[in-house]
Design a protein around this ligand. Structure first.
Ligand SMILES: [Fe+2]
Ligand SMILES: [Fe+2]
Length: 202
């Protein structure tokens, strides 16, 4: 199991309650701030689920687990993925933290026992989105950005919230366009680029 492969990660026993177990693992590894973030994202994603008729429990679960790989150091994320022959894009090689979406999925499957693709898929693409994204994929992508992990309200908040009143696609594209126009993308991930093209064609 991936968590046992890193000697510095404390792995508390699971109790079966998802939020409690996510909290225990994150806090045992000094990631209290990440827990507060994922709890906020779970609230935001449940609201989006209600707005768009999605499964609220799956949306909450995906949100709680989406950043669970924060317990792994970014350099180790890269080494772990390379050792397993993962196909990596240039952005992941330059910024290994981008791998956290893929490794969070691995932890969700192997430690939390999640097998539902409607929970795993949003976790795996929450930073980049992907072409042909499902509503649940877009919901977590947006919730993660609106309930961001930095101080104050994000600068794109109004644009993305307003677009969310129209559609999940519009809100996803509003965030992507903001990032592109602001020059905040250091190196676009191949999935990000493909997802934005897909959204612009809809
Ligand atoms: Fe993340
Ligand atoms: Fe996040």
């Amino acid at each position: 199991m991936i968590l046992n492969e890193f000697s510095y990660i404390a792995v508390p026993p699971r109790t079966g309650g998802l939020e409690e177990d996510v909290r225990a693992l994150l806090e045992a590894n000094g990631k209290d701030k990440t827990f507060r973030h994922v709890r906020d994202v779970a609230g935001a994603n449940a609201a989006i689920a209600a707005q768009y008729g999605l499964d609220a429990e799956k949306c909450r679960a995906a949100a709680l687990l989406h950043d669970i790989s924060a317990v792994i150091r970014p350099a180790d994320m890269l080494a772990w993925a390379q050792a397993r022959g993962y196909a990596l894009c240039e952005a992941e090689l330059q910024h290994p933290f981008l791998l956290h979406q893929r490794l969070s999925r691995v932890i969700a499957e192997t430690w939390f026992g999640v097998a539902d693709g409607e929970i795993l898929s949003p976790i795996e693409c929450h930073t980049t989105l992907k072409p042909n994204a499902a509503p649940g994929d877009m919901a977590l992508f947006i919730a993660d950005k609106l309930a961001w992990d930095q101080e104050g309200r994000p600068p794109f908040y109004d644009a993305v919230s307003e677009a969310l009143g129209r559609s999940l696609e519009a809100a996803s594209l509003a965030y992507m366009d903001y990032m592109e126009v602001s020059g905040l993308l250091l190196c676009p991930h191949s999935l990000w680029t493909a997802a934005r093209q897909w959204l612009r064609g809809r």
